[in-house]
Design a protein around this ligand. Structure first.
Ligand SMILES: Cc1cc2nc3c(=O)[nH]c(=O)nc-3n(C[C@H](O)[C@H](O)[C@H](O)COP(=O)(O)OP(=O)(O)OC[C@H]3O[C@@H](n4cnc5c(N)ncnc54)[C@H](O)[C@@H]3O)c2cc1C
Length: 508
């Protein structure tokens, strides 16, 4: 007898979308429930005054992970979206007025390093070999395999020690690079996934090699077109998708997930649950305490949640053709600022920013002659106790002043539209504990086996994908969480599989 109850996927971030595709491709019936009125989670879109603002991720790396999803359904990703390479990957503006173009091509990269610090050319050559070796273990061998048993972890410890992964990202990079600016260039990457370079294990230096190997890409139409492409793929595969459908409770009977209950009371029996909602939230708010032995409120409370973000979205009637697509605008302090964000949990006077200028690659994202921007500033999560309803506006103005001074002359008189989100958006809209922007912090004690497992130890038939699970945050990270999931769920016999619809649709 075929079991026609659906697998319920809760949440439509990239992790949830990828999980729905993979579960459906395995022959399960799949129902995706998203609390908000649009798909994408952190990769939502805001449309204002003719501007298209990607809310979150803008840098697409490892595009093969997206290609795989379309291939699973016999489709070609290029029929659904267009990814274009970005060059430079990032421009870094230092507080002393110097700048660095971080590019993928080795010869150009070496030339840029030479301009800042000639001895670091050879240092970089040695360092990148080390990073490649870390990538070969940390990514190639481990990124999409489950870490369920402590012995899984023990097997990789010798490699990790040999590669120096007990050191932090900054600790490893500074053993090679002498120039402090270049140390910052090659250590800011963990911040893209919520990690503190002074604490995140040097495994995360593999991000540099990953960017060099597969490039940095942008989706024409913005990251939202990737979300829409995946939405069209789900439709094509016969996955039922419901938005504005917040799940309030996962019902557990005899230790197994049997149904979900939506706000308003609707009960949906299910075969299993795959949660893209954050495990810290799910365990403490959506599963009754009597069903939790490991993930008690106390255990969850001990986790270190990642930093949060302040993000301002704005449009201008002036164009800035000299800008790169992605710019990191560094402030005067590096370590001190990170201490304030991660440990002291205070809002500093100074800040470092990431400026996104998507109209440099795709002018269609703004009205003719205008630019679309967002600027992001890492800030403490809501454990800070900051009242963002008071802090938000002055912080926004300080950032606009700094941008006008350093990057965008005439910004304020050319501003046509603007709004911002604070850690409260992550806490209230995206249901993240403490308003963390990237799930639990990627530090050694919360990585691999120590991260939330992709299969619940407390509730049978409950699985997790997304930023707080192994391997972690970032678009490639969460797409890989769905690959881990695929290795954990039961394989169906041919007779049990719900066949894919035969119709083939080309979306764009
Ligand atoms: C501003 C910003 C910029 C970033 N830039 C980049 C970048 O350039 N490149 C990169 O690789 N990464 C970037 N990241 C990180 C990356 O966006 C995230 O790590 C990743 O998108 C998170 O995906 P996820 O699968 O964990 O799901 P999320 O995006 O967190 O989505 C979870 C979904 O679950 C839904 N949900 C939660 N609870 C319920 C419930 N009870 N019922 C129903 N639905 C529920 C939420 O509404 C949400 O839609 C950025 C993040 C931010 C915030």
């Amino acid at each position: 007898m075929r079991d026609d109850r659906p697998v319920v996927v809760i949440g439509s971030g990239f992790g949830g979308l990828a999980a729905a595709v993979r579960m459906r491709a395995q022959g399960y019936r799949v129902l995706l429930l998203e609390a908000r009125d649009q798909l994408g989670g952190r990769a939502a879109v805001f449309e204002r005054d003719g501007h298209v603002f990607d809310a979150g991720p803008t840098v697409i790396t490892a595009p093969y992970l997206l290609e795989e999803l379309f291939a699973l359904a016999g489709r070609d990703m290029r029929d659904f979206m267009e990814l274009v390479p970005v060059d430079p990957f990032y421009r870094i503006e230092f507080a002393d007025g110097s700048r660095f173009d971080y590019v993928g091509e080795e010869e150009r990269l070496l030339a840029n390093i030479r301009e800042l610090s000639p001895p670091d050319v050879d240092n970089y050559r040695r360092m990148v070999k080390h990073m490649e070796a870390i990538f070969d273990v940390g990514y190639t061998k481990l990124v999409d395999v489950p870490f369920e048993r402590f012995t899984d972890m023990m097997k990789v410890v010798p490699d990790m020690l040999r590669l120096g992964n007990h050191r932090s990202v900054y600790g490893m990079v500074s053993r090679y690079m002498q120039d402090e600016r270049l140390r910052q260039v090659f250590t800011f990457q963990p911040l893209l996934i919520g990690g503190n370079p002074f604490r995140a294990t040097s495994i995360y230096t593999l991000i540099h090699w990953l960017e060099r190997k597969w490039g940095v890409h942008f989706a024409k139409g913005g990251t939202t077109s990737v979300v829409q492409g995946l939405g069209a793929l789900l439709d094509d595969m016969g996955v039922e998708v419901r938005t504005s459908a917040p799940v309030e409770e996962i019902e557990v009977e005899a230790g197994a997930a049997v149904a979900v209950r939506l706000r308003g009371g609707e009960r949906i029996p299910c075969r299993m649950v795959v949660s893209n909602a954050d495990p810290s939230f799910v365990y403490t708010k959506m599963i009754a305490p009597e069903h939790r032995r490991k993930h008690t409120d106390r255990a969850v409370g001990r986790k270190h949640q990642s930093m949060s973000l302040f993000v301002a979205y704005f449009g201008t009637k002036k164009q800035y053709p000299e800008l790169a697509h992605h710019t990191i605008v560094l402030g005067p302090r590096y370590r001190g600022l990170l201490d304030d964000i991660f440990d002291n949990k205070v809002l500093s006077e100074d800040f470092s920013l990431y400026l996104h200028a998507p109209t440099r690659t795709d002018p269609s994202l703004a009205p003719p002659g205008h630019e679309t921007f967002y600027v992001l500033s890492p800030v403490p999560n809501n454990e800070s106790g900051l009242d963002w309803s008071k802090e938000g506006q002055p912080y926004f103005e300080r950032i606009m002043d700094a941008l006008e001074r350093r990057m965008l002359p005439g910004l304020k008189e050319n501003l046509t539209t603007s709004f911002f989100v604070t850690p409260d958006y992550f806490e209230e809209e995206l249901r993240s504990v403490s308003g963390a922007a990237f799930g639990i912090e990627p530090r050694l004690s919360q990585s691999a086996w120590f991260r939330y497992h992709n299969r619940s130890e407390d509730v049978a038939g409950l699985y997790f994908v997304g930023a707080s699970t192994h391997p972690g945050a970032g678009v490639p990270g969460v797409l890989n969480t769905a690959k881990v999931l695929e290795k954990l769920v039961p394989r169906l016999d041919e007779s049990e599989r719900v066949p894919l619809p035969s119709s083939r649709r080309v979306a764009v």
